[in-house]
Design a protein around this ligand. Structure first.
Ligand SMILES: Cc1cc2nc3c(=O)[nH]c(=O)nc-3n(C[C@H](O)[C@H](O)[C@H](O)COP(=O)(O)O)c2cc1C
Length: 360
């Protein structure tokens, strides 16, 4: 079995280790454009040695933003500010990936700390869309149900954003179908009560995700990997289940998805989630074994030995860290030291590195 610091090859791309920066909204963009904050934040994590740096949920359309401060890739002018960051990450021997997203009924909400629930039109809010006209919670925007033309536009928006991501130099694209955002809203019977070909049966509820993944795969080159983030469970009776996740993963793999990034929750505001160290990893392991596809594990993975154990015991192919990498952008370098593995250090920092370290 490989370990945390062994390379991971997916299609024609090799990551230098199994550590990924999990996508994290920074709520720091203006009109969707990346800026110096994103450069320093994401760049620091590449300096810190993560093999893959996944950019935050990046909206495929303006109405797909969670908050007015989200990153976006709905117009060509948004490519270059992202490309600048990708070039820096590449220069560190890391790989830049982008998570493409549409927030659906969880769009047009305040960034944390700026307010609660829906942003009104007077403050730059907008009308939100969803599979059905059901709000996430009473304080969230009341969505309009998408019609067939609206659904087709979503599929096109994902493909167009993927084309722009490729132009920006990204080498991994991740379709965000988790955390109660638009694609997950279609998957879950809790939020999808449609009676047309996009609602009802498993086949119908998964149709939009399948269409999006197929359309992104069409524009994403054969030699580059495509990830899909799924919530393995809604944590609520009558919701999306781990078994559904396995079944969908099998289909997504056939459509050209290379890695399923397994998270959970986000559809039901009242869900009770038993949070604890590595609490979502068993879902990833189940997908890995039952759908025979590479998986990422995420959720309260914080210790080097814990992350290494997940990879060594075949629970997941990749570990994604979010908050621990906010606390310590150099976590991969520190983890290598703790696990007595080699990791290349930025040549500028070699005088602080363990003896014998290689520069990059
Ligand atoms: C500040 C912040 C922003 C986040 N934004 C995103 C996001 O854009 N897309 C996403 O899929 N998950 C997002 N998440 C969830 C993380 O990617 C991750 O799945 C979650 O925090 C659990 O991992 P952790 O225990 O290592 O923090 C965010 C988490 C944090 C803390």
């Amino acid at each position: 079995m490989p370990h945390l610091f062994e390379p991971l090859t997916l299609r024609g791309l090799t990551l230098s280790n199994r550590i990924a920066v999990s996508p994290m909204c920074e709520y720091s963009a203006e009109d969707g454009y990346a800026n110096d904050w994103h450069l320093v934040h994401l760049g620091s994590r590449a300096v810190g040695g993560a093999g893959l740096v996944l950019f935050e949920a990046t909206a495929v359309s303006p109405e797909g933003r969670i908050s007015p401060q989200d990153l976006g890739l709905w117009r060509d002018e948004q490519i270059e500010p992202l490309a600048r960051i990708v070039r820096f990450i590449d220069g560190q021997g890391s790989v830049a990936g982008i998570q493409l997203a549409h927030a659906g009924r969880k769009a047009s909400t305040y960034a944390p700390g700026a307010g609660e629930g829906a942003v009104p039109a007077t403050e730059g809010g907008w009308t939100v869309v969803a599979p059905s006209a059901l709000p996430f919670s009473p304080s969230y925007p009341a969505p309009q149900a998408l019609d067939n033309a609206g659904i087709a536009a979503v599929v096109e928006d994902f493909a167009a954003a993927a084309r722009r991501a490729l132009a920006a130099g990204f080498r991994v694209v991740e379709v965000h179908a988790a955390h109660g955002y638009l694609l997950h809203q279609f998957l879950s019977p809790l939020s999808n009560q449609r009676t047309d070909e996009y609602g009802g049966s498993f086949e119908n509820r998964t149709r939009l995700v399948r269409e999006v993944v197929a359309s992104v795969r069409e524009v994403w080159p054969d030699h580059l990997p495509l990830f899909v983030r799924l919530s393995a469970t809604d944590w609520v009776e009558g919701g999306w289940t781990p078994q559904d996740t396995v079944k969908l993963s099998l289909t997504l793999k056939a459509l050209g998805a290379d890695l399923i990034d397994v998270s959970s929750g986000g559809t039901a505001a009242n869900a009770q989630i038993p949070v604890g160290p590595g609490y979502q990893t068993p879902f990833a392991t189940r997908v890995r074994h039952e759908a025979d596809v590479a998986v990422g594990a995420v959720g309260l993975i914080t210790a080097p030995a814990q992350a290494d154990h997940i990879v060594r015991t075949g629970q997941a192919d990749l570990v994604l860290l979010a908050r621990e990498l906010l606390r310590d952008p150099y976590w991969p370098l520190h983890a290598a030291e703790a696990l007595r593995q080699d990791a290349s250090w930025p040549k500028q920092y070699l005088r602080a590195a363990p003896r014998g370290s290689k520069g990059r």
